[in-house]
Design a protein. Structure first.
Length: 274
């Protein structure tokens, strides 16, 4: 397998990514993977997941959103001001930038078909992007069905101070969020209506959610699956938000295996039907 890092420029920041390509002839298909809030491309299961998908002869692209907070150190949140300045509009621009690069010049051969996979808030971002068309298959893991997850008290504090902080329990950091994120959402409510966007996803879509997810309620998976005209729901019994994975990654278990196996089958069927 060939593993290559890349950097893409954006007016609002830098996108750092990794391409995994199976040995042999250039693959005809590609899968782009979007991480979630406080996630990044090298967190826990993402590199292993990319290897599994590349084993099915897809080119697999993982990347850090420009507002992820991850810089040159692939495992540390060293760019907290970039994290603070992130917005949903910027995330959509980043996903679009990567997809454009995949379809154009990032790979040796532009793929015939492209799939998109997103986890958690990255799942919502993937849905919003898939609703615009231009893709061939979609998979979401533990995706949120509504980006409006703030209490009235949080909104008031945020608007009064201009910045709030969210804890990262793994690193112990207090991670800043500028009010621009809230302003962007409130100015673009229709654009960022995830459930409405789900109704416009025209490609085959696998909705994967754990029954014991205490971060994003499993009902979100049911809502999305009902909204998507070509969506199929897989509830993984006993699985939490990360399907049993921890960072550093210590290997897969039954829940993560179930999610990965279903994902691989979905992409094999709809990206490489021949």
């Amino acid at each position: 397998m060939i593993v290559r890092d890349f950097i893409l420029g954006q007016p609002h920041g830098t996108i750092r990514g990794t391409v995994r390509v199976p040995d042999g002839p250039p693959p005809r298909t590609a899968v782009v993977v979007v991480h979630g809030f406080k996630g990044y491309k090298d967190w826990a299961f993402f590199p292993w997941l990319a290897e599994q998908l590349a084993g099915d002869r897809h080119a697999v692209v993982t990347f850090n959103l420009s507002g992820s907070g991850i810089g040159d150190d692939p495992h540390a949140f060293t760019e907290l001001e970039a994290f603070a300045a992130n917005t949903f509009s910027r995330e959509q621009a980043d996903i679009g930038r990567v997809l454009d690069a995949v379809a154009d010049d990032l790979l040796v051969r532009p793929p015939d078909r492209i799939g998109l996979l997103g986890h958690s808030r990255g799942g919502a971002g993937a849905i919003l992007r898939a609703a615009q068309g231009g893709l061939d298959a979609l998979v979401t893991w533990a995706a949120v069905a509504d980006l409006d997850r703030w209490t009235p008290e949080t909104r008031m504090e945020w608007k009064a101070s201009g910045r709030i902080f969210v804890p990262n329990t793994r690193t112990g950091q207090q991670m800043p969020l500028d009010v621009g994120l809230l302003d962007d959402f409130e100015a673009n409510r229709d654009r960022f209506d995830v459930t409405a966007a789900a109704g416009r996803v025209a490609v085959p879509w696998m909705v994967v959610h754990g029954t014991d997810d205490d971060t994003v309620d499993p009902e979100a998976g049911r809502i999305l699956a009902r909204a998507g005209p070509r969506a199929h729901l897989l509830l993984v019994e006993g699985a939490g938000h990360t399907f049993g994975a921890v960072h550093p990654f210590s290997g897969s278990g039954a829940a993560l295996d179930a999610a990965v196996d279903a994902t691989r089958r979905h992409f094999r069927r709809h990206l490489a039907p021949d």
